[in-house]
Design a protein around this ligand. Structure first.
Ligand SMILES: Cc1cc2nc3c(=O)[nH]c(=O)nc-3n(C[C@H](O)[C@H](O)[C@H](O)COP(=O)(O)OP(=O)(O)OC[C@H]3O[C@@H](n4cnc5c(N)ncnc54)[C@H](O)[C@@H]3O)c2cc1C
Length: 401
């Protein structure tokens, strides 16, 4: 039996929490169901607020050496072109990182794993699938399936970062209410340079509205990626066929030849927030606690904010700086749930709605509002404080003592 804190899930959120604890001298056990780290391409945006928090972990220099710093982003319309452009530079007085850093989330996972593997404080266990958790005394006990056997492992705390289908959340019977959008999203990556080969004034990050088929275009260090909605009645095998993907890309910009498609992913998109982020000594983090539309690039980022906030609170408790355990855990649960609802859900849903709006009058009003916001320095700054996730971190004192 051990009384070290346990992290469930070796995704970006679980590993951020684990490395925070280990780097502060706290022994931590990480339990991951998969036999090895995941490599599939998912989120690829790190916002200023996240870089500020991660800077405490000594990974930000490495992230910059691989990532692409993007200083501005656009709202566009398929027929009108640029509607409004927003500059992260307006935040230069409040952050050392006035940009979005584009980098595949799995690169952060690799950087954290490299550090954890060298740390005497970290016990990394792949192929360990958690099947149950119960609060017991001043800690919690998890049941783990490993090589066909069941083991019990006790921890002083459990940080559950086991993703959207979290077994920990389900075993604790915490509801995950919300909604599923009426379309899937498909992400198509290509070898072409969308600015040089297609749309010369396209920003590295562009939200492109359209009443029939909006899209999102994103430049990363590896390739350009585009995201399109897929109606639920379009079968997955049709949407992911070469023919249909080429039609979608040519509908945005006809190249006169096929695009060279490098990667594609299709997935359901939801807005869901767990009914509680704490049950006794167990905290929910990342996708286990909240999932949302990717338009705004906030899902992964807010998971990392959870990990930093929860991790710093456990450091204070476990190193004896405070004996107010309940207060620390309750503050985490309250502040992070507030952020998930009032900032992340609100802003990503707004972005998704603006992109897909089909009523001409509402579309015109949306565009007028975006133009007015971008043209007014005070309003543009407020908009960018939210887009960079700095506002929520400051307002809710995330990561502060
Ligand atoms: C296809 C796709 C594209 C995406 N694109 C974007 C995007 O463009 N922008 C954006 O912001 N977000 C995007 N996301 C969401 C983003 O990837 C997640 O927010 C992020 O991965 C959350 O990290 P996490 O560590 O909380 O969960 P995960 O990355 O899901 O990690 C959870 C880990 O827990 C492990 N695990 C699960 N169950 C157990 C168990 N019972 N026992 C032990 N281990 C377990 C899993 O194997 C996994 O390693 C995308 C997601 C998908 C699926």
């Amino acid at each position: 039996m051990t009384s070290d804190p346990i992290v469930v899930g070796a995704g970006p959120v679980g590993l951020t929490a684990a490395w925070l604890l280990a780097s502060r001298g706290i022994a931590v056990t990480v339990l991951e169901a998969a036999p090895e780290p995941q490599t599939d391409w998912r989120a690829s945006t790190f916002h200023a607020a996240t870089l500020e928090l991660l800077d405490q972990l000594g990974v930000v220099d490495d992230m910059h050496s691989e990532g692409l710093a993007v200083p501005r982003y656009q709202f566009r319309d398929r027929t009108e072109g640029v509607v409004a452009e927003f500059e992260f530079g307006v935040l230069a007085d409040v952050t050392r990182f006035p940009y979005r850093l584009q980098l595949n989330q799995q690169r952060l996972v690799a950087m954290l794993l490299e550090r954890l593997a060298r740390s005497p404080q970290a016990d990394l266990r792949f192929g360990h699938e958690v099947t149950d958790v119960t609060n017991e005394g001043d800690g919690a006990v998890v049941q783990v399936e490993v090589d066909g056997r069941t083991e019990s492992i006790a921890g002083s705390f459990v940080l559950a970062a086991d993703g959207a289908s979290s077994i920990v959340r389900r075993q604790l019977e915490i509801p995950f209410d919300g909604m599923t959008y009426p379309q899937r999203f498909i992400i198509i990556s290509m070898a072409e340079d969308l600015r040089a080969d297609c749309v010369p004034d396209l920003a590295d990050v562009s939200y492109i509205s359209d009443p029939k088929e909006f899209l999102f275009a994103l430049r990363t260090p590896d390739s350009w990626r585009t995201l399109f909605p897929v109606p639920m009645d379009e079968p997955v095998e049709v949407a992911t066929s070469e023919k249909r993907m080429q039609e979608r890309l040519a509908g945005f910009h006809p190249l006169g030849r096929p695009y060279q498609i490098l990667d594609r992913q299709i997935y359901n998109v939801h807005q869901r927030v767990a009914g509680a982020f704490r049950a006794g000594r167990v905290l929910l983090l990342g996708d286990a606690a909240h999932i949302n539309s990717p338009l705004g690039g906030m899902g992964l980022n807010s998971g990392i904010h959870d990990a930093m906030d929860a991790g710093l609170r456990l450091v204070r408790v476990l190193s004896g700086d405070t004996d107010r355990v309940d207060e620390e855990l309750d503050t985490y649960a309250r502040a992070r749930r507030t952020v998930a609802i009032d900032y992340v859900r609100a802003d990503t849903h707004r972005n998704t709605t603006i992109m897909a709006e089909s009523d001409p009058a509402v579309r015109a009003a949306n565009h007028a509002r975006l133009r007015a916001t971008a043209a007014d320095p005070k309003a543009a700054r407020e908009w960018m404080l939210r887009a960079s996730m700095i506002a929520q971190v400051h307002d809710q004192r995330i990561g502060a003592a």
